[in-house]
Design a protein around this ligand. Structure first.
Ligand SMILES: [Zn+2]
Length: 480
């Protein structure tokens, strides 16, 4: 009993230290870093967003439309693709009075972005923009760029969304993340993570040794919050529960990269408690929506992204599912207006959420699930690792890919070569798959194009032919 009391006292002291450090980091170190070194006002924007989230829906739309008109006016004046488009359609940005007026413009597809890349960039931002790439959910990697100011918005929006789950910079956070590079990160990265008290672990590795290593970190660091890849963490959570390893209090979990299905939520709740927060983002635009403490859908980052859902050209309302169309309101360096990002989602009910925030809501996002493979020893390999490794490439090494696990376990990676394809660059990415697919034959096939996989109606990027109990049920639930 005495030992127990001492432990409680010690952990109470530890908790007080944790809170004091968190406050110091958030109020002193972080502002010094952001304003003094990065020379950006992410925190100023964050405090603006903390206020603006409470605007009622009408004021919300007025503010968003004002941002939209600024973006459209800028694009029409400075960006060749839009200058030409607006002239052809006789489209006047100043006539835009509501979100609906945007439907006069055509959708921006990935193919258009690839083909008209140079014309989509404001020439005065050339060389200043931040360049990134994504594999998206379609297996067709895409390059894009955005202005430094947009980066500031992205960071602020993410911080606000994560705050709803209790995340604070400087609070002990366990990132159960993806494809964390082998070997030690640079000193700068290590220092940054130590100051922020963030621990990273590669969740794509799900063999017994890796799971034990992750468990040891959880027990040693006692994180105040976990940020994870959904399916990998749900699999890990099931292992924790099945083996009775949980010896920690309820810890909030922020799920990223993949949709959270009821079965995932159930597994995560058993292992970490009921505060499970789904988020929806993409590499092109970062955090699109995040769940609040009411757990009734995800609030959109309305101030930064204007999200529409469409079926063909028709906008859909609450309760209906449509293709996600995003307009990035603060990326003046490469305006992406009505960009079709390849996902499908359903709007939640109109009106103010129980939490009081006026930001619109998504009920759910469909199809953001990669099938789960098994390595040669039967361990789980989240298929999303293929997406992660291909998004790392700054160059367009592959134009399209599809990974298929045959019934005998062998994995075939089908690839359409991209514009910047080079044997050595491709081999270094492909080589990393062997880290994850241990004990399996792995071959690469080059194709001119990749169609839908046999037997599946729609295009799947990760295909597992082997019938595989609970995992397979997930895949079906999404497909339906
Ligand atoms: Zn809410």
């Amino acid at each position: 009993m005495q030992g127990w009391a001492q432990t409680m006292k010690a952990s109470g002291f530890q908790g007080a230290c944790d809170r004091a450090y968190g406050a110091l980091f958030e109020k002193v170190l972080l502002p010094a870093w952001e304003r003094g070194i990065r020379r950006r006002d992410t925190l100023g924007l964050l405090s603006h967003l903390e206020q603006s989230q409470w605007l009622d829906p009408e004021s919300r739309e007025r503010a968003d439309v004002a941002s939209l008109v600024q973006l459209l006016s800028h694009a029409g004046r400075h960006v060749p693709y839009y200058r030409e488009l607006f002239r052809r359609l006789r489209f006047d940005p100043r006539a835009v009075k509501s979100r609906k007026d945007l439907t006069e413009l055509p959708l921006l597809t990935r193919d258009i972005v690839r083909e008209r890349y140079d014309d989509l960039i404001d020439p005065s931002y050339r060389g200043l923009n931040i360049k990134k790439g994504t594999s998206g959910s379609t297996g067709k990697p895409l390059k894009f760029e955005y202005s430094p100011n947009s980066e500031c918005w992205r960071q602020a929006v993410k911080l606000r969304g994560y705050r709803w789950a209790g995340f604070r910079p400087g609070r002990k956070t366990f990132f159960y993340w993806a494809a964390v590079a082998a070997g030690l990160p640079t000193l700068k990265v290590r220092l940054d993570r130590a100051l922020r008290r963030e621990t990273f672990f590669d969740s794509m590795k799900q063999d017994e040794a890796a799971r034990r290593a992750a468990l040891a970190i959880l027990r040693r660091t006692r994180p105040e919050i976990i940020v994870c890849y959904t399916q990998a963490c749900a699999q890990f959570a099931r292992w924790v529960t099945d083996n009775g390893y949980r010896d920690w209090p309820d810890t909030p979990v922020i799920c990223a990269a993949e949709a959270v299905l009821p079965a995932d939520r159930a597994m995560l709740t058993q292992a970490f408690g009921p505060q499970i927060f789904e988020t929806y983002g993409s590499r092109e635009t970062m955090l699109i929506a995040a769940e609040c403490e009411q757990h009734e859908g995800m609030h959109l980052s309305d101030e930064n992204l204007l999200v529409e859902l469409v079926q063909g050209q028709r906008p859909v309302g609450p309760g209906e599912t449509g293709d996600v169309v995003v307009t990035d309101l603060h990326n003046f360096g490469m305006p992406m207006i009505r960009y079709v990002n390849g996902d499908m989602a359903t709007f939640g009910a109109d009106g103010v959420c129980g939490c009081g925030r006026g930001l619109r809501r998504l009920l759910r996002v469909e199809g953001r699930r990669a099938a789960i493979m098994r390595d040669g020893h039967g361990n789980v390999v989240p298929g999303i690792v293929f997406h992660v490794l291909f998004s790392d490439a700054r160059r367009e090494i592959v134009k399209q890919f599809q990974a298929v696990q045959r019934r005998d376990g062998a994995v075939v990676l089908k690839v359409v070569r991209g514009r910047d394809f080079a044997e050595d660059a491709f081999s270094s990415v492909a080589g990393r798959f062997s880290e994850y697919l241990r004990g399996l034959p792995f071959t690469v096939e080059f194709h001119d194009s990749i169609g839908p996989h046999q037997g599946s109606g729609k295009h799947q990027t990760i295909v597992v032919e082997r019938a595989d109990e609970p995992v397979h049920q997930h895949a079906r639930a999404v497909g339906e």
